[in-house]
Design a protein around this ligand. Structure first.
Ligand code: PLP
Length: 408
């Protein structure tokens, strides 16, 4: 077996949350819990997507329009829409074979490390979306964990209120850096000058930035870049992950894509340049056989005029929840971050309360379930994550209860 799997953390966060919620419910069967911990969307697929899906299913029923295996990296009707609507509209020009359609940003963010050397040094922001760390632990790249769960070969970049949740450039040489903006879990974004600093640093270091933009659709501030390729020089140093999960409700439908520009090169053992686009194509065509035709048609429907209007309305509703939660918690006297360009609200726990203490307090006093920040990494201690993916009434009731019942 692969011993590196034994070095993984216990995945204890969500099972421990479930255990505590179950114990509370057993003791308080009448309590009406509001769950603001989930990172999953709740609104149904937009009507335009459903229409696209139905039409594609009917095509599969006729011999003349039936599809078998498709192109491994995606049908052109989808990659062309992505290139034009997501990138061209922002002044970024992509060739269609730089776009790799996949079944999820999670799989791509986890699998991308395969094309890099086993001894690459990886930097991660802390707190972090756990997939980046765990996939490198499985690959043997992270080293061994210490008592606090930190791996000895990983460079951790703390993101706290003190540095405005903006990671400092690594103090030692690093080969790969995962950046996620808008950020899960902190809800923070990177302004253009900050992202330019990262791109310039990566060019100097010959490092590769793995840029997770799964939440780009939630950006409201016109100054914030949606894609790292809006930054000069990024095509030489960055891979970008996008997803229809949070932008169009595809968490259960599954469609995403990854961009690997042709300029992006690594070095082989002899120091010769190697195209990462070619390696990722080889990897995908060997281990993946494409996203279902009907799902790609559904994703393409997101780019129609109705699709764009409908997805925008859904995101607006989630962002209204984010505003309600953010303003409500601020009125309750809490320090609140995020929630302006992201569906995540990151709350500083009151003095003297750890993130698990605050979890228990919120559960017991307000019957609201969130996620303790410590579950996302050591620098998440002292913070708490709430999400905007519920219904508006839930957001309103949750902040009402927190204001009324939490003596802070
Ligand atoms: N990237 C980040 C930062 C996420 O938070 C998530 C889901 O929560 C994903 C990727 C997963 O996206 P997908 O549903 O496309 O696999």
């Amino acid at each position: 077996m692969n011993d590196d799997y034994l070095k993984l953390g216990s995945g204890y966060l969500f099972s421990e949350i479930a255990r505590r919620v179950q114990a509370f419910q057993a003791g308080h069967p009448q309590a009406k819990l509001i769950r603001l911990g989930i990172g999953d969307v709740t609104q149904p697929l937009p009507a335009a997507v459903i229409t696209g899906l139905h039409a594609a299913v009917d095509e599969m029923a006729r011999a003349e329009t039936f599809r078998g295996y498709g192109p491994e990296t995606g049908y052109e009707f989808l990659t062309a829409a992505i290139a034009k609507r997501d990138y061209g509209a922002r002044g970024v020009s992509l060739a269609l074979d730089e776009i790799f359609v996949s079944d999820g940003a999670k799989s791509d963010a986890a699998n991308i490390q395969e094309i890099f050397a086993a001894d690459c040094v990886v930097a991660l922001t802390d707190p972090v979306y756990p997939v980046y760390l765990d996939s490198n632990v499985m690959a043997g790249r992270a080293g061994s964990p210490d008592a606090s769960g930190r791996y000895d070969r990983v460079v951790y970049l703390p993101c706290t209120a003190e540095n405005g949740f903006e990671p400092a450039l690594p103090a030692r040489p690093v080969d790969l850096i995962y950046l996620c903006y808008p950020n899960n879990p902190t809800g923070s974004v990177l302004a253009r000058p900050a992202l330019q600093r990262w791109v310039d640093w990566a060019r100097r270091q010959s490092a590769v930035i793995l840029y997770d933009a799964a939440y780009e659709a939630y950006i409201r501030d016109p100054e914030i870049p949606h894609s790292i390729y809006e930054i000069e020089g990024a095509r030489e140093v960055a891979i970008e992950f996008r997803s229809f999960s949070k932008s169009a409700g595809f968490t259960g439908t599954r469609c995403a894509f990854t961009v690997v520009p042709k300029e992006l090169e690594g070095k082989d053992a002899d120091g010769q340049p190697v195209s990462l686009n070619a390696l990722w194509f080889r990897r995908m065509s060997t281990k993946f056989n494409g996203v279902p035709y009907v799902i790609q048609r559904a994703a393409a429907a997101v780019y129609t005029d109705e699709g764009r209007r409908q997805t925008r309305a859904i995101i607006d509703a989630y962002m209204d929840n984010a505003r309600i939660i953010r303003q409500g918690l601020e009125a309750a006297g809490l320090a609140v971050y995020g929630g302006r360009n992201a569906p995540y609200i990151w709350v500083k726990t009151p003095p003297g309360l750890s993130s698990w203490d605050f979890f228990d307090k919120l559960l017991n006093d307000a019957h609201v379930v969130g996620t303790p920040g410590a579950g996302f990494g050591p620098s998440g201690e002292g913070y708490f994550r709430l999400t905007a993916f519920g219904r508006r009434e839930q957001a309103e009731e949750a902040v009402g209860r927190i204001k009324a019942r939490l003596a802070l």
